[in-house]
Design a protein around this ligand. Sequence first.
Ligand code: A3P
Length: 286
Amino acid sequence: DNLFKSRISLYRYKGFIFPGEIILSGILQELPKFQFRENDVIVASFPKSGTTWVQEIVYMLTHNLEKSDDSSEVLETRFPYLEYPYPGIKSIAKQKGQRHIKTHLPATILPPSFVSSGAKLIYITRNPKDTIVSYWHFVRLLSTVSFIGSFREFLQLFLSDKVPYGPFYDHLRTYFDLQKTQNVLIITYEDLKENPIQYYLQVPVTDSEAFDVAVATTFRSMSENKSVNYEHWKDIGFANKNEGKFLRKGVVGDWKNYFTPEMLKDFESWRIKNEPDEICKFKNNL
Ligand code: A3P
């Protein structure tokens, strides 16, 4: 408890950890009633895997490649977070036209209507070592969490499956399972970074249009775009002003600047124990 400046509570629900605000607001109990629609596009992930990046790419691809800018509606209302109290599941249910929905839910907790809806879902995953580094910075940034522990302390929480939406590999495994029968595309942060346009092929765009999307969604462009960089969180009190930025570094392999050989050893024994078999497909990247 002394690792958090704010009072936070975590709950285990159906094998996964959730922050108190999601459990206590009753959203998880309401979720089973939520109706997905055929033309919904869902971006799902374990936190800090590149969700925001994929959301913005998807949004552009489904809006005539229109670029968002400082004056655009912010991403959290354009592309709401399903299980979060704000803007809320009820407002998503009322939305007309094509809906864009972000979720960190494991597939086993997704509203069951997903299966018959025909909605499309993209799951982005990332090397867990980089995810852990990004997550540590994020829990320091979020004012509702205000983590004050060291990186080593956060790593221990992560490896003992005590961070929201964990356990990491169980989360990924639920989407490997869902992919066997449903319209699910699993991509990695590392692949997207190496070749950002490879996935647009399912949308009819020309090479030069694909290039425009990639340029508009680079780390640099998104960092400077107020509608996607979450900097307004500092003004509304969601983020601590004295911490860094949501769009923090945007690189592959930053873990090397944080992991000591001893931490790496702990990580490796956790990985070997928990990694799903399907991961071999991603072995080069993860
Ligand atoms: P870092 O903390 O390593 O920089 P999520 O959106 O799932 O919360 O993930 C956030 C991570 O994705 C952060 O990682 C953030 O910087 C990175 N990110 C966001 N937009 C990006 C982009 N356009 N290109 C590369 N990385 C991006």
